[in-house]
Design a protein around this ligand. Sequence first.
Ligand SMILES: [Mg+2]
Ligand SMILES: [Zn+2]
Length: 193
Amino acid sequence: MKPAIFMDRDGTLSHEVGYVNHVSRFRPYPWSVDAVRLANRSGFLAVVVTNQAGVARGYFPEPVIHEVHASLVATMEAGGARLDGIYFCPHHPTVGEPPYRKDCDCRKPRPGLVRRAESDLGIDLARSFVVGDRIGDLELAWGVGAKGVLVKSGYGLGELTYNVPSWPRKPDLVAENILEAVQRIVSEAGTRT
Ligand SMILES: [Mg+2]
Ligand SMILES: [Zn+2]
């Protein structure tokens, strides 16, 4: 079993622009390719986990998500980086119509996306990390026994400044962005073994 670095999408791998309701709005950070390639070379699976409730809310149809993720994969491949999995939750518990209006188990911080990846890819969660810009990403990490890393990109700086002080548990790591996060995860893992 391999460890994984689970990566949030919006605000972590790409600019937080609100709902990405068209592929043209999707803008990966320039350093995200380097981050994923470093994870690839360091023995970590690189897995994207993202909430996309805009589908349930009726803001855009589900194929837009597939288009965005195809674009993300192409960007990664062009830079010699590989995503081992991309998992998304299109649901919302109270808004919209079934099947998207659903009290699902996959909307972060619930663990469904990570559990699916765990069974698809064979992941050692105790040695894994979830990197994201919202508290929900860290709650996801802690709920599955992984470590939670907060990035300052996206909503992260605001979370760190205004909300982290009152969180009952502090992030296991705080990083400027996803690249620094992966660099520090990798070096920490290196010193442990
Ligand atoms: Mg985010
Ligand atoms: Zn869901």
